[in-house]
Design a protein around this ligand. Structure first.
Ligand code: NAD
Ligand code: UFG
Length: 338
């Protein structure tokens, strides 16, 4: 059986991906330092799948630990989720972001090279497209970054390009996620922000459950359908399945391969709020406030390359995204601490 090392596997996208890997017959070892997660997510992954996974509480920057894991296990590939992801925080503590996201990835790749494991799936982001000149976004659009978080993703993408140029045995999948939302349909795992959420959907969920008073909608004067920002929201289970497809593709294709993982359709903030209210039966009060600095008007993917090369397409519609998000929130009002 093939074994996959999943860094950051206890987190939001990682835990959902562990389910899809286990359900597709892979063995899984998760390396996570629990800096933004709880190992409760992994217990629940095992309950949902009726399968076991291994968990090591540790840091990707710990080279000694990585060497030990690579010598004790035969990994087919690494899926690399571990990192920090809050845009605003990255402007306050940029060095921490470069340390974790860039240096952490360097240490991981060095350990992989030493162990001769040369297949990696990396969590990149649509943020690397900056403010796109046109929509939908294709993989060959120009890249730019407006904050340290985005820059850390770009740096890693470029570094991986250099790595492949130096050694053509590497198989590298750069997955550019659009906006992951929703939760596993069991309601047992989902997104569990530590603090007040930065992202729209967890914020809306917490307003609906009564933990937060009202949503602040960042601007209604964008050139969009109703003036609020438009994004390509993708169900986290669809996103997770994309990782399994990328692993399968790497078995026969080397090189740096880039895929947008999005639905290909954009929804506005107010459309998301309306869909959430309908699914939950709860009111989501909101007020319009100023634009958030750094935000763009609209962003959605052209996902055709992933369809063609990975045979992957997002299957879950908006209603399923908000219904599953609400099931997770209402069954776990305090996340994994519930
Ligand atoms: P998350 O914070 O839920 O998961 C990241 C996990 O990595 C956490 O469990 C955390 O404890 C762990 N971690 C962080 N630093 C570590 C380290 N040095 N060593 C070991 N473990 C470490 O975030 P997520 O939403 O699941 O995102 C996963 C990846 O996808 C991240 O790299 C993120 O930047 C990227 N991404 C996320 C989004 C999004 O909107 N959620 C969008 C685009 C890209
Ligand atoms: N929004 C609000 N109020 C909030 C939060 C968000 O109105 O309280 C609006 C934003 O202005 C934006 C939309 O909701 O129009 C989505 O915002 P998110 O913060 O949920 O997501 P972003 O598109 O800004 O960014 C997310 C991740 C980034 C990632 C990017 C692309 O946070 O890390 O998607 O993948 F890079």
């Amino acid at each position: 059986m093939s074994k996959i090392l999943v860094t950051g596997g206890a987190g939001y996208i990682g835990s959902h991906t562990c389910i899809e890997l286990l359900n597709n017959g892979y063995e899984v070892l998760v390396l996570d330092n629990l800096s933004n997660s709880s190992d409760e997510s992994l217990k629940r992954v095992q309950t949902i799948t009726h399968k076991k996974l291994e968990f090591v509480n540790g840091d990707i920057r710990d080279r000694e630990l990585l060497d030990k894991l690579f010598s004790e296990n035969t990994f087919e590939a690494v899926i690399h989720f571990a990192g920090f992801k809050a845009v605003g925080e990255s402007c306050e503590i940029p060095l921490d972001y470069y340390d974790n996201n860039v240096y952490g990835t360097i240490v991981l790749c060095q350990a992989m090279k030493a162990a001769n494991v040369k297949s990696i799936v990396f969590s990149s982001s649509a943020t690397v497209y900056g403010d796109p000149a046109s929509l939908p976004i294709m993989e060959d659009f120009p890249l730019s970054a407006t904050n340290p978080y985005g820059r850390s993703k770009l740096m890693v993408e470029e570094m991986m390009g250099d790595l492949f140029k130096s050694d053509n045995d590497w198989g590298i999948a750069l997955l550019r996620y659009f906006n992951p939302v929703g939760a596993h349909p069991s309601g047992q795992i989902g997104e569990d922000p530590n603090d007040i959420p930065n992202n729209l959907m967890p914020f809306v969920s917490q307003v609906a459950i009564g933990k937060l008073e009202k949503l602040r909608v960042f601007g209604n004067d964008y050139p969009t359908v109703d003036g609020t920002g438009v994004r390509d929201y993708i169900h986290v289970v669809d996103l997770a399945i994309g990782h399994v497809r990328a692993i399968e593709r790497l078995k026969s294709n080397k090189g740096v391969q880039i895929w947008n993982l999005g639905v290909g359709k954009g929804y506005s903030v107010l459309e998301m709020v309306a869909a959430f209210e309908k699914a939950s039966g709860k009111d989501v009060p909101y007020e319009i406030v100023d634009r958030r600095s750094g935000d763009i008007a609209a962003c959605y993917a052209n996902p055709e390359k992933a369809l063609k090369e990975l045979n992957w397409k997002a299957e879950r519609e908006l209603e399923e995204m908000v219904t599953d998000a609400w099931r997770w929130q209402s069954q776990n009002p305090n996340g994994y601490a519930s």
